[in-house]
Design a binder for this molecule. Structure first.
Ligand SMILES: NC(=O)c1ccc[n+]([C@@H]2O[C@H](COP(=O)([O-])OP(=O)(O)OC[C@H]3O[C@@H](n4cnc5c(N)ncnc54)[C@H](OP(=O)(O)O)[C@@H]3O)[C@@H](O)[C@H]2O)c1
Length: 224
């Protein structure tokens, strides 16, 4: 399991995982070379790696909001570069390292990318975020075709609003009602609902879903 700055949270998650064979690896995926090092460290700690879940992201916060008409160019460029570095280039390098590890061993495996509904619906306040998630979906589809002959399945999930810790203030604030009303279920998604689908997509049972982008948004946005 890789983390960036949240060591205490990562240790707590580690404590909650059942069984053995887990390792914590620190890295800033926006730094060149970090992704290859994460995979090398994971292989050193675990022996082999069979599954990659690209969940890490520079996700929307009050600090990195960047609507085009209200954001000075220097901030616009800084936020775009950071989101591309972490969300797209970091994930692409992780895919490269894990795919080549699997191909080199001659075994199949799975890559699951955590994208976003925002890739399809648009992210007016966070266009760099939406763009990197659209690119991540596209990367997954290209790699699904390229890696199928090696028995490696590549899929993506596109969650709508999910009640993670990062989103807690929004859900309890004035925006909360509107966010829950986006879905006809009258609520937002849970981290467990996203994890259950990622877990399935990472399993051998889901190999025939390779290339898919699974909408996990409670029917709040229907793609055609
Ligand atoms: N929550 C939602 O509503 C929602 C909706 C659609 C998609 N998603 C996607 O779901 C995923 C998880 O979202 P979340 O809500 O749990 O967001 P979050 O709380 O901000 O978690 C992001 C994770 O990415 C890691 N990370 C951030 N910057 C990094 C960097 N430079 N290098 C390495 N790791 C880095 C963080 O590690 P540290 O904690 O160690 O810093 C954290 O574990 C993201 O890909 C997000 O885009 C979320």
């Amino acid at each position: 399991m890789q983390y960036a700055g949240g060591r205490a949270d990562a240790e707590e998650t580690l404590r909650q995982l059942p069984g053995e064979g887990h390792a914590l690896i620190q890295a800033d995926l926006g730094e060149p070379g970090a992704a290859e090092q994460v995979v090398a460290d994971a292989i050193a700690a675990l022996g082999t790696v069979d599954v990659l879940v690209n969940n890490a992201a520079a996700a929307p916060t009050a600090e990195n909001r960047h609507p085009i008409a209200q954001t000075p160019l220097a901030d616009w460029q800084r936020i775009w570069r950071r989101m591309v570095d972490v969300n797209l280039l970091g994930a692409a390098d992780l895919c490269w390292a894990v795919a080549n590890h699997l191909v080199g061993r001659g075994v199949g495996g799975a890559i699951v990318n955590v994208g976003s509904r925002g890739a399809f619906r648009g992210e007016p306040d966070f266009p760099a975020y939406g763009s990197t998630k659209a690119a991540l979906h596209s990367l997954g589809q290209s790699l699904a075709v390229a890696l199928a002959p090696h028995g490696i399945a590549v899929t993506s999930v596109a969650p709508g609003f999910v009640a993670t810790e990062r989103q807690a203030a929004k859900l309890s604030g004035p925006e909360g009602e509107r966010l829950r009303a986006e879905s006809p279920f009258g609520r937002v998604g849970t981290p467990e609902e996203i994890a259950a689908t990622v877990h399935f997509l990472a399993s051998p049972a889901a190999v025939w879903a390779s290339g898919t982008v699974v909408d996990l948004n409670g029917a709040s946005y229907l793609r055609t």
